[in-house]
Ligand binder design. Structure first.
Ligand code: NAD
Ligand code: WQD
Length: 342
């Protein structure tokens, strides 16, 4: 049984990926400092899988702590590296916190692979590296644009750190997955997205508004060059994203990589407007959403969606869940954590 270290495994995408890894027989070790999560997600993982993964509460940017972890665990074969700070706006206010946390963590993980003869790295990258692309949909060949935030920079530079290290290291393989917009929660409603404070992202804001925690959703701009004027993104189910990590790991382990460093877009491969999300949510849940149109949010791009044909042909991955399924699971998770009456 291969032992995989999942950094940030208590977080939103990490916890869903741990479930999929356990389901196919990997031994999972989690490291998380709970800066943006709680140990409840570990209990959720145990409820779903019947397995309590080993947990280290530690900071990935602390190289001495990470070295001790690798000494204690001995035979970690691969790392799925989720641990990062991810609030775009906050990264503009606190750039050094973001560079320190995200880049040091990535450097340390690559160094541990080298020091302890680990072989595989799956990295959480982001469609943010494309900025506003000139041609849609975006393929992996679409040029990366200078990042619009320190957060975005940590993804672009994180990719480069990994690629350069792999190029300089015999026997280490890496895959960067560029996620588009993951939404939803595990169908069991045992794990899901847990925004601390006011959510930045659209779907958590919608579910909190529907639950009465927020008075109304503000839709940021209806004057974009899109069919209904609201911005377009590529939303897809987080369980599908979790599966992509398992396939990426297996590809490397089975010797199927074409290069020691590879990149794949991971999204549904279609664009959805904000208003379409609102309408779909109302339809699938039967809950009417209070919303208003306000001005554009600074730094937002107009539209982006993925060409996912490479992930399909090379990884055998395709988003399977519908938008409606994703929104329904997001709502069930919200109800689960808020315990709504009636
Ligand atoms: P999340 O905040 O829920 O999960 C990240 C986890 O990492 C948290 O549990 C946090 O406590 C932990 N963490 C952060 N810094 C750490 C450190 N130094 N040491 C140990 N643990 C640390 O976020 P998420 O949405 O699950 O995102 C996971 C990854 O995917 C991140 O790298 C994020 O940048 C990337 N990503 C997310 C999205 C998205 O829309 N959610 C899109 C693209 C990329
Ligand atoms: C989606 C759409 C908003 C909230 C972020 C990160 C990006 C990447 C993905 C990590 C936009 C609109 C939102 C609200 C709204 N993450 N919106 N009212 O903008 O694609 O990007 O997540 O790598 O780096 O920036 O996602 O969910 O914030 O917004 O109208 O209250 O919903 O303007 O058009 P986005 P999002």
């Amino acid at each position: 049984m291969s032992k995989i270290l999942v950094t940030g495994g208590a977080g939103y995408i990490g916890s869903h990926t741990v479930v999929e890894l356990i389901d196919v027989g990997f031994e999972v070790v989690i490291v998380d400092n709970f800066s943006n999560s709680t140990p409840d997600s570990i209990k959720g993982i145990e409820k779903i899988t019947g397995v309590l993964p080993k947990l280290y509460e530690a900071d990935c940017s602390d190289v001495l702590r990470m070295r001790q972890l690798f000494i204690d665990e001995k035979d970690i074969e691969g790392i799925i590296h989720f641990a990062a700070l991810k609030a775009v706006g906050e990264s503009v206010e606190k750039p050094l916190d973001y560079y320190r946390n995200n880049l040091l963590s990535t450097i340390n993980m690559m160094q541990m692979l080298r020091e302890f003869n680990g072989r595989y790295m799956v990295f959480s990258s982001s469609c943010t590296v494309y900025g506003q692309p000139d041609v849609l949909p975006v393929t992996e060949q679409t040029p990366r644009k200078p990042a619009m935030s320190p957060y975005g920079n940590t993804k672009r530079v994180g990719e480069d750190i990994i690629q350069d290290t792999v190029n300089a290291s015999e026997g280490i393989y890496a895959i960067a997955l560029r996620y588009f917009n993951p939404i939803g929660a595990h169908p069991s409603a045992e794990i899901g997205e847990l925004p601390l404070g006011k959510p930045d992202n659209l779907v958590p804001f919608i579910t909190q508004t529907a639950a009465g925690i927020r008075e109304k959703l503000q839709i940021f701009g209806d004057d974009y060059n899109t069919p209904d004027g609201t911005a377009i993104r590529d939303y897809f189910h987080v369980v599908d994203l979790a599966r992509a990590h398992v396939l990426a790991l297996k590809r490397m382990m089975e010797g199927k990589s074409r290069n020691s460093y590879e990149v794949f877009n991971v999204g549904a491969g279609r664009g959805i407007t904000v208003l379409e999300i609102v309408k779909a949510f109302e339809k699938v849940t039967g809950v009417k959403l209070n919303y208003e149109i306000v001005g554009r949010r600074a730094g937002d791009i107009e539209k982006v969606w993925a060409d996912t044909s490479l992930a399909q042909s090379e990884l055998g991955w395709k988003a399977q869940n519908t938008l409606e399924e994703a929104l329904l699971t997001a709502w069930n998770w919200e109800k689960r954590i808020r315990i709504i009456k009636g």
